[in-house]
Every structure is written in structure tokens, then in C-alpha cells.
Design a protein around this ligand. Structure first.
Ligand SMILES: NC(=O)C1=CN([C@@H]2O[C@H](COP(=O)(O)OP(=O)(O)OC[C@H]3O[C@@H](n4cnc5c(N)ncnc54)[C@H](OP(=O)(O)O)[C@@H]3O)[C@@H](O)[C@H]2O)[C@H](O)CC1
Ligand SMILES: Cc1cc2nc3c(=O)[nH]c(=O)nc-3n(C[C@H](O)[C@H](O)[C@H](O)COP(=O)(O)O)c2cc1C
Ligand SMILES: Cc1ncc(COP(=O)(O)O)c(C=O)c1O
Ligand SMILES: [K+]
Length: 565
């Protein structure tokens, strides 16, 4: 049997939380929880709708009301943003400079280090919202100070993320740090454009403008050539605001030209779509009304947080950035992709659907998809009440598709009443879907036990403590039981598989391979198991999304057409 290697890094906490989340009431939202929620709601990068392909109401800044002001708190200014009752901290210009000094003084950081992390978090924030396929052309406008340096670093990371950056860096700083950054970009053949060479209409050439001209040391009125550049970006707001062709403007730390504390004083400045605040947002960020506010610069040690009384959202997982505030709402009805794929031809697929599945599975792995073995499992109770959930495929061969779960769970109860189920794989970036239907039975005790012991120890303990699908009196109960078991098996002794945990195998009687095509005229090939003269064999039906046309036959397939528009 083709075993799918257990994914060692799926953490125990994530597996447990699936079954308890719904059953425990939400606690009062704090800044951190709210930020985590926002972060967890982020759309995966590849699936993220492009800025330019969505209607105005989605990304248009008019759709977002300004944030209301709250009384200052402790040393830093704070504001009730739409992320729960708590608030986050905003820095004055003086505080920002002071933090900078402490970081690079007593705390031992070098400017190179901080700039690298700042630039990386800018690139990471951009990649969270704007995919490289639709928004590849980026112009990074760099100023003379460290904000400009952040822009140079961000450009390098964006290049490695698959974007096509261009740089405009009119006032170069003659310091090794900056010339090194320039050399690195030149070695990647990233073009440097003179201000005079920039197209008058930036929309013609670029999908994204990164404003890395000025940061928290900006003062007074912008001097040439930045005055003109700032004006051109500001004009984009007026002339092409919210049009499909308007590039997205991303400001690094401060929208250039804005007063660091007061913001866009005369209302004629840049109105960025995204602001990436570094270390902590500066006071002007209160006036930011665009849809995407991120925090980057994941290097602030607790001593700084304590000294300045900083309240900041937690970074999720290993991320270099975190969204501040509400995730923008989207016009769901306008969300759509046009699928463009090679044809899926009935005379080119493999005769056996399991072989065809394995071929597609290998291609999904080769394409770098995250968890291509994640599949929706639909079961039904004896009265026909259907439920679906995701499970992980753990093995596949001609005998069937295997997954593991709790035998006391709802799905297990369903399967005991109705041993038929459907599996669904969706490999989004390949425009592919596979349906599998069939009868289900438990795998042998030995097979389950072998697999159980191949899992990370945490997951083995998790399987013991989790009475899946059963309401809990509180999270702590589960964690306490886990800790007790952890102590019990701390000596390294074998953790016995509980009786109530094991595998299932679905033996297919039907497959459908779906390849998305333009205008919703998708290719669908159905394999069904048929009995001819006492022998079972697979028949391929072609099912495309046009109105029913019957009676087409050829030697390899029975063809019929099904509409599923
Ligand atoms: N710890 C952190 O938070 C980190 C922040 N980083 C980034 O650094 C900037 C702050 O960098 P800094 O170099 O102090 O300042 P700026 O990038 O804002 O630029 C200062 C230069 O700009 C000139 N300037 C100022 N005002 C004007 C103006 N009106 N017109 C034209 N030029 C202007 C200034 O020249 P002066 O002669 O006026 O002094 C400087 O040349 C911060 O915002 C973050 O982006 C780090 O990268 C990581 C750590
Ligand atoms: C990507 C993903 C993979 C999952 N894999 C499994 C799995 O292999 N086995 C399992 O029991 N639950 C898995 N879960 C959790 C299930 O979706 C579900 O919450 C749990 O099994 C309880 O389902 P039930 O109450 O309908 O039986 C997974 C969830 C996700 C999101
Ligand atoms: C509850 C539960 N059980 C089992 C699994 C499968 O985990 P593993 O890959 O360790 O077998 C998952 C995966 O998310 C899960 O959430
Ligand atoms: K800036």
C-alpha cells in the first residue's frame, strides 16, 4: 500500500482544537486574541484575490470608516481599533527614535539586522494580500534614510517571492550598508530607474507602488525630487482612485509626506491601501483608513515593551507580520477565478482510477501544495443527515483510501449506521478536484496500531485524551489530562493505542476527476465500477458542463454530458 508519510509537524494543539472550539464559549476578546483571529482568517496567499480584480467596494478606502480616538494610556498613545475592547499602542516621533536608539545601543542590535527584519516583514505583508501572479510589477520608491533601506531589503525579498521589483532610489546614501543593498539588487538584475525615466502615469507599468521614501524622521515639507513623487502617488488617489487599473500603494512605516504624529494634515497626501507599521504604529497611523494595516519588525524584546508600555498584537506562528484591525470585508459575489488548464482527455488518462489518482497526487505534491492529502469526508446517519469534515489521507492503493480517527466520533457513528461515504480533494492552484465514493470499513487492529506508533508522541497522547465530538467542560480539562499522560510516559515507554482510535478504508465504486476550464466548461471524467459478464471493470464517462447531450459513444468511453454550471 502506498503510505503517505505522517506529517510530523501537525501539532497536537491544532488537532485538539478542532473538536473543542465549537463547544467552548468565546472568552472576552483581548488585543492578542483579536489579532490572532484576524490573522487566522487570512486567505492563503495563492488564493488571495488580487487588488485589481476586485470591485471598488472591497478595497476602496471609502468603504472603511476612520478609526475613532481613545484617551491616551500610559506613555504611549492608544486607540480603540476594531479588534475588541482593548487597544494597541501608538508611538510619538520621539518615542520611535528613542526605541531605535535603545535597540541599537544597549540592546546590541545593528541597523543592518533591524533593516533586514523590517524589509522582510514589509515583503511578507505584501505577499499576504497581493499575489505575485496578478500583482507582479512593483516599483519601490526609496528615500535617503532607513525607510529607503527597508524598501531596498523588501525589494530583494519580493524578488525571491516571485514578484518583479523595480527600484527608484534618487538620493543614495554613501554608506556600506546601502551600497551593499544596491549591489545585492543589481546582482539579481533588478532594474534601477531614474526619476526621469518613470512613466508619468505609474498605473501603466506597475501593479504595486511601495512607498519607502520617509519614515519616522521625516519633518517639514518634502523636498525634491520626493515632493513630485509624493504628489504623483497622491494624484493616483484622486484620478484613478478605486479603478481597476490603479496600482496598490503600500507605505512603509509612515505614508511619506504625512506628519509623523498628525498624519495627512491638509488631506492631499498619499492615501495608501496598505500601511506596514514597523516596531509599533506611529501616531499618524490612527489616521490610516485603508483596508490593510500590518505590523512588522518582529524583534521588539519584552524590555522595550515594558519600558514603553506597548500593547501590540501577537505575531501568529512564525509569521513576520500581523494584521492590525479588521480584515476587510469582500464582495463575495464578485469573488471568482477563471480556470485555465490543459485539457483532461479521456483517451489520455490512465485506465485505472487509482493510478490516475496517484498521478494527480504526485503532481499536487510536486506543485508544492500544502497538505494535498487533506480531504473532505462526507458521511450520513441512518436517517440521511449528512455531515462533512476534513481528514488526512494516510494511504492509498487499489484496496482503497485510508484515514484515521476516533471511533467514538460523529463520523464513526455515521459510518456504523451507514457504511458509505464520499471523499473530496480540492487542489486549488492546479484547478483540480477529485471525488471518490464508496463503501467504508475499519482497517485491521494491526494496521491501526502500526500507524498510531508512527505518529509524533504528542499526537499519540492527543488521540488518547481527545474524546472526539464530545462536549467538554473546558479546555483546561483536556490540557490537564494531556499533561498527566505526558508525565506518565515521560520515561519513553510505549504509548498504547486506545481501542477507540483507528483507521477506516473507503473502497471506491466511483471517481470523478475535474479539471477547471475557461467559461466554466470544465473537463470532468467519471470512472464507475461496472459489472460486465461477472467481471468488474472501470468505465470512463465524460461529463462536461454543457446542457445534456446524450447518445455519444466511442470505443473507449461511454460518453454522456452533465450540466453542473
Ligand atoms: N527601530 C525601528 O523602528 C526601525 C526602523 N527602521 C526604519 O527606519 C525609519 C527611520 O529611519 P531614519 O533614517 O531615521 O529616517 P527616514 O527614513 O524617515 O529618513 C530620514 C532622511 O530623510 C530626510 N528627510 C527628512 N525630512 C525630509 C524632507 N522633508 N524632505 C526631504 N528629505 C527629508 C532626512 O534628511 P534631513 O537632512 O532632513 O535630516 C534623512 O536623510 C523607520 O521609519 C523605519 O522605516 C529600520 O529600518 C529598522 C528599525
Ligand atoms: C486539514 C484537516 C485535517 C484533519 N485531519 C483529521 C484526521 O485525519 N482525523 C480526524 O479524526 N480529524 C481530522 N481533522 C479534524 C476533523 O475535521 C474533525 O474536526 C474531527 O475529526 C471531528 O469530526 P466529527 O465530529 O465530524 O467526527 C482534520 C481537520 C483539518 C482541518
Ligand atoms: C483530530 C485529528 N486526528 C488525526 C489527524 C491526523 O493527524 P496525523 O497526521 O498525525 O495522523 C488530525 C489532523 O489534523 C486531526 O486533527
Ligand atoms: K514611507
Amino acid at each position: 500500500m502506498r503510505m503517505l508519510r505522517p506529517k510530523a509537524l501537525r501539532s497536537m494543539s491544532s488537532s485538539l482544537s478542532q473538536s473543542i472550539k465549537l463547544l467552548i464559549p468565546h472568552s472576552t476578546a483581548t488585543v492578542i486574541e483579536a489579532a490572532d483571529t484576524a490573522a487566522s482568517l487570512r486567505v492563503p496567499r495563492r488564493a488571495t484575490p488580487s487588488h485589481s480584480s476586485l470591485p471598488l467596494s472591497i478595497f476602496g478606502r471609502r468603504a472603511y470608516s476612520s478609526l475613532s480616538q481613545c484617551p491616551p494610556s500610559r506613555r504611549c498613545f492608544s486607540l480603540g481599533v476594531k479588534m475588541g475592547e482593548e487597544s494597541i499602542s501608538y508611538l510619538t516621533q520621539k518615542e520611535a527614535a528613542e526605541i531605535d536608539e535603545i535597540l541599537m545601543g544597549s540592546l546590541g542590535f545593528s541597523v543592518d539586522q533591524l533593516m533586514e527584519l523590517a524589509g522582510l516583514s514589509v515583503a511578507a505583508s505584501i505577499a499576504e494580500v497581493y499575489n505575485s501572479k496578478d500583482n507582479g510589477r512593483i516599483i519601490v520608491l526609496c528615500g535617503p534614510g532607513n525607510n529607503g533601506g527597508d524598501g531596498l531589503v523588501a525589494a530583494r525579498h519580493l524578488y525571491h517571492f516571485g514578484y518583479r521589483p523595480f527600484i527608484c532610489y534618487p538620493k543614495r546614501t554613501a554608506k556600506p550598508l546601502y551600497s551593499g543593498l544596491v549591489t545585492q539588487l543589481e546582482s539579481l538584475s533588478i532594474p534601477f530607474l531614474l526619476v526621469e525615466d518613470l512613466p508619468q502615469n505609474l498605473s501603466d507599468r506597475f501593479d504595486i507602488i511601495v512607498d519607502a521614501m520617509f519614515g519616522f524622521s521625516f519633518h517639514g515639507a518634502p523636498r525634491p525630487p520626493f515632493d513630485d513623487l509624493i504628489q504623483r502617488i497622491a494624484l493616483l488617489n484622486d484620478i484613478e482612485k478605486n479603478t481597476r487599473s490603479s496600482p496598490a500603494v503600500i507605505s512603509v512605516d509612515i505614508p511619506s509626506g504625512w506628519h509623523v504624529e498628525e498624519g495627512d494634515i491638509n488631506g492631499e497626501g498619499i492615501k495608501p491601501d496598505m500601511l506596514v507599521s514597523l516596531t509599533a504604529p506611529k501616531l499618524c497611523a490612527r489616521k490610516f483608513a485603508g483596508p490593510h494595516h500590518f505590523l512588522g519588525g518582529r524583534f521588539v524584546p519584552p524590555s522595550i515593551k515594558d519600558k514603553f508600555g506597548l500593547r501590540l498584537p501577537a505575531y501568529p506562528g512564525t509569521s513576520m507580520c500581523v494584521r492590525i484591525g479588521k480584515t476587510p470585508t469582500v464582495n463575495i459575489s464578485a469573488l471568482r477565478e477563471n480556470y485555465v488548464s490543459p485539457e483532461l482527455l479521456e483517451n489520455q488518462v490512465l485506465a485505472d482510477p487509482t493510478d490516475q489518482f496517484c498521478k494527480w497526487f504526485d503532481e499536487a505534491v510536486a506543485a508544492g501544495l500544502r497538505e494535498p492529502n487533506a480531504m473532505a469526508l462526507s458521511t450520513s446517519s441512518k436517517v440521511g443527515k449528512i455531515s462533512s469534515r476534513m481528514v488526512l489521507l494516510k494511504g492509498v492503493d487499489k484496496q482503497g483510501f485510508v484515514w484515521y480517527t476516533n471511533y467514538g466520533s460523529r463520523k464513526a457513528q455515521d459510518l456504523s449506521e451507514n457504511p458509505f461515504a464520499a471523499l473530496l480533494f480540492h487542489w486549488n492552484s492546479l484547478n483540480r478536484q477529485v471525488r471518490v465514493e464508496g463503501s467504508v470499513e475499519r482497517v485491521s487492529f494491526e494496521e491501526s496500531e502500526k500507524y498510531f506508533h508512527s505518529r509524533p508522541l504528542g499526537s499519540q497522547l492527543g488521540a488518547i485524551v481527545s474524546k472526539q465530538s464530545t462536549p467538554l467542560s473546558g479546555r483546561e480539562v483536556l490540557h490537564e489530562a494531556y499533561r498527566e499522560l505526558e508525565a506518565k510516559y515521560a520515561d519513553g515507554s510505549v504509548i498504547p493505542k486506545p481501542d477507540y482510535w483507528g483507521g477506516y478504508r473507503l473502497k471506491p465504486i466511483l471517481f470523478e476527476f475535474w479539471q477547471g476550464q475557461t467559461s466554466r466548461l470544465h473537463d470532468r471524467l467519471q470512472y464507475s465500477l461496472r459489472e460486465v459478464e461477472g467481471r468488474h471493470s472501470w468505465h470512463i464517462d465524460l461529463a462536461v458542463n454543457v446542457a445534456s447531450i446524450k447518445g455519444l459513444n466511442n470505443t473507449t468511453s461511454d460518453l454522456h454530458f452533465i450540466s453542473s454550471l
